[in-house]
Write a protein that binds this ligand. Structure first.
Ligand code: FES
Length: 473
């Protein structure tokens, strides 16, 4: 364990450091694992970061702007649209930062005076010579380091960082979001219920940092809870970077079964034979699920289990891809009778095709046919929202080219992100998947397709536990 101590101001969380140099968090985690970037309890020093990424252009926030453009292009929707924080919140965050700066200045002045005195007392001594040399070197170096710390300061005001314990999940609070909204936008399966301050389900303990109340709540915390630092995440935003103790579901078994009524928001054709069905859940009763899970959907008196094609980061908007299937009552109803605004009953979630909650690895997705794409899309969007995957390979295998009904989206992902590769395949057999060592493989298709993939992986000595499967029938 490292016992060296550094002032907090010089340390950056891995998530923020990744944003500053414009790479996925998984890339920094790999550098830490490889020993080419030092980490101190999950944080990195600004000067180490500059040394590890010497080519990064920090002027004019070029990399930050690039990352934002990538996300906006890749998602093309409101998930990453920015709005400024509320005026009062912004003023309060600046106040917090100013207080921190004043303390840091006072502490720096004390340290400087001490070092000066020490230098005088060590004059003529080799230790004194070393000290003055180190001080001069420290003064001369670090333009990039100062720039990165300045940008970190701006980000702390605009997008405070939140770390959840004990799970270790991280996210940023963007725009006017509450902490709960920010967590949901980042795709975290937080415990919550009403999202308007009445149920108390989103209660969490603030371990470090400060919150600001932005919404009245009827739910009353006990005096003991207040003393422990508990707060409702749906009614507060972050004033500073935060560490919070909160419940985040880590697996499908931790999500309770739910039944809600949503309404059809849109029906867009994705091809001649596939419709994107989007339903909107009520503001006060949303469906909690993990990316890649399915829901039991009932409309027009017909019930069917359907994979959710969107990511939980879309919050109230839940999407399904419905294929035209002759003689299938659910499909017939969607294609011929369903109307905007119609009520849709949702139950669930069901299924375990979810992103592993482990150290991030390179991810490979194999989607078979039209059916395999929706659950894969949900998990990919979640991985992108988390920004944790070192690299993503998507192989979409169809029998005829018309089944690539969303290849435009896949190409947009590949164009926008350096670490994303898309391989459309028109064939009936599994193509060569390349080197799979050290990768997690997510496969979605019918049972024969999934088994064929499993057998191929076994031939290549890929451990069975590295494969996660979704089977349509
Ligand atoms: S989610 Fe119900 S009080 Fe926050």
């Amino acid at each position: 364990m490292c016992t060296e101590h550094f002032p907090m101001a010089e340390l950056l969380t891995l998530t923020r450091a990744a944003r500053l140099v414009g790479v996925a968090r998984g890339v920094l985690q790999r550098r830490v694992r490889e020993g080419t970037l030092a980490s101190f309890e999950g944080m990195v020093r600004a000067d180490d970061l500059v040394r590890a990424f010497p080519g990064t252009q920090l002027e004019d926030n070029a990399e930050m702007a690039r990352v934002e453009r990538i996300k906006e292009r890749a998602f093309g929707r409101r998930v990453y649209e920015r709005s400024l924080p509320d005026k009062e919140v912004l003023a309060a965050r600046l106040g917090e930062l100013a207080r921190e700066l004043a303390q840091a200045r006072a502490s720096a002045a004390r340290s400087e005076a001490l070092l000066h005195e020490l230098g005088k007392r060590l004059e003529g001594n080799p230790l004194g010579t070393w000290l003055s040399h180190e001080l001069e070197a420290g003064m001369a170096s670090g333009e990039d380091e100062h720039e990165i710390l300045a940008q970190d300061g701006v980000m702390r005001v605009m997008t405070p960082h939140v770390k959840v314990v004990p799970g270790g999940q991280e996210f940023f609070v963007e725009g006017a979001d509450t902490v709960l909204e920010a967590a949901l936008h980042a795709g975290l399966a937080m415990a919550y219920g009403c999202s308007i301050g009445t149920c108390g389900e989103c209660k969490a303990r603030v371990v470090a940092g400060s919150l600001k109340k932005v919404r009245h709540h009827d739910f009353r915390l006990t005096e003991a809870e207040k003393l422990q630092g508990c707060a409702l995440l749906c009614c507060h935003t972050a004033l500073t970077d935060l560490v919070i103790e909160a419940n985040v579901a880590r697996g499908a078994a931790e999500i309770p079964p739910q039944s809600i009524t949503a309404h059809v928001r849109k029906m867009d054709p994705l091809s001649e034979d596939v419709i994107l069905l989007e339903v909107l859940t009520p503001r006060t009763s949303r469906l909690r699920f993990l990316a890649g899970q399915s829901a039991i959907v009932e409309l027009g008196g017909v019930k069917a289990t359907w994979p959710i094609a969107s990511c939980p980061c879309e919050e109230r908007r839940i999407q399904f891809h419905v294929r035209r299937i002759a003689g299938n009552r659910f499909s017939d109803y969607v294609f011929h009778r369903l109307r905007i605004g119609e009520a849709v009953a949702l139950e669930g979630p069901v299924g375990e095709f979810v992103l592993r909650d482990e150290e991030p690895r390179p991810l490979v997705f194999v989607a078979w046919g039209w059916e395999g794409f929706a659950p894969v899309k949900s998990v990919i969007e979640h991985a992108l929202a988390q920004d944790s995957a070192e690299s993503i390979d998507l192989v979409w295998i169809v029998a005829s080219a018309s089944e690539h009904y969303y290849s435009k989206l896949c190409r947009a992902w590949a164009d926008a992100m350096d670490n994303f590769r898309f391989t459309p395949v028109v064939a009936r057999e599994l193509p060569d998947l390349g080197d799979l060592s050290g990768k997690d493989i997510y496969v979605a298709g019918d049972s024969a397709q999934v088994e064929a993939t499993r057998a191929r992986l076994a031939d290549h000595a890929v451990p069975a536990e590295r494969m996660v499967a979704w089977v349509s029938r």
